[in-house]
Design a protein around this ligand. Structure first.
Ligand SMILES: [Zn+2]
Ligand SMILES: [Zn+2]
Length: 300
């Protein structure tokens, strides 16, 4: 809810005319409560989770050579009904855990100072805050994920997420309800440390989910723009963690690769990569390593 009766009042308070984005925000949010604006997250989470993996579903069903060469575990194939079952299971958790968690966590959002007013943050401010959120989430998630791989954590909680040894986009949030609650902490810690605008918060929640869907997609496309993000792990990196499964003591980080490098938990993955490179050289093909080879090696 904005504290201005008219758009002219808002301009007078800011000492300048509103930008196009601010006018749009004023018209949209002026009569909506902060709680209602916060609850938009539930809709965004639902839309991103339902829609973002759809292209990969088509690619998985298409089985075209041009895409299959980038599938990380080519022998692992899910049917449409299996993919739908995963979506349905996650949606059940969404209504039972994620939605209610969003509804009751509003006081903490208010407490840390996420605001809905004017002026809107600049693009650079939003980007800088999102970078901080990703770094904080990645670091915190690394340690929680590592803890979940201890015997108790894995058997009681984390084994659910690892049911998919060859992940798909819809399996990104597929997890025990306790894991969903626990991993809410790393997601919220960044905004709590560097509180921004509600729009930044929406963007953060949506981008974090898109990133998780990407890293669980099961395909490693060399043309993906994420290849330009420094230290970004991506699908190949996290796929290895799923493939190894419960015994995995490698590739814990959710977004970047530097934590695993610093703490020495990427050795298994790096060793696999080294062997793959050697195999590729011996085959005399200097091209890009492909998923087929990766899977052949891992299945030995
Ligand atoms: Zn794990
Ligand atoms: Zn995963």
């Amino acid at each position: 809810m904005l504290p201005y009766a008219t758009i002219e009042d808002a301009a007078a308070a800011l000492g300048r005319n509103l930008t196009f984005a601010e006018t749009f925000w004023y018209n949209y949010s002026a009569n909506k409560s902060d709680y209602f604006l916060y609850c938009h997250n539930i809709l965004f989470l639902f839309l991103v989770f339902s829609l973002a993996p759809i292209p990969m579903v088509f690619i998985e069903l298409l089985r075209s050579n041009s895409f299959d060469q980038y599938k990380i575990q080519p022998k692992a194939r899910l049917s449409l009904s299996e993919m739908f079952r995963c979506y349905r299971d996650v949606m059940r958790m969404f209504f039972l855990v994620v939605g209610p968690l969003q509804l009751v966590s509003y006081p903490s959002v208010k407490m840390v100072g996420i605001q809905t007013g004017l002026p809107l943050p600049s693009g650079w401010e939003i980007i800088a805050q999102l970078v901080v959120y990703f770094l904080v989430e990645d670091y915190t998630n690394y340690w929680i994920h590592r803890f979940l791989h201890c015997k108790w954590g894995y058997e009681k909680i984390h084994c659910v997420h690892h049911e998919y040894t060859a992940p798909i986009g819809y399996a990104a949030p597929y997890a025990h309800w306790a894991e969903i609650l626990i991993l809410g902490i790393p997601s919220f810690l960044g905004p709590a440390m560097v509180p921004g605008h509600m729009i930044t918060f929406w963007l953060w929640i949506a981008l974090r989910q898109i990133e998780a869907i990407d890293t669980h997609s099961g395909y490693d496309f060399p043309w993906s723009f994420t290849k330009f993000i420094p230290f970004y792990g991506g699908a190949d990196y996290h796929d290895y963690h799923h493939y190894v499964g419960g015994q995995s003591q490698s590739n814990f980080a959710s977004v970047f690769t530097y934590c695993d490098y610093l703490y020495g938990t990427d050795k298994g993955y790096r060793y696999q990569k080294k062997i793959l490179r050697k195999m590729k050289e011996e085959l005399g093909d200097g091209g890009e390593l492909n998923g087929g080879l990766y899977s052949e090696l891992k299945s030995e």
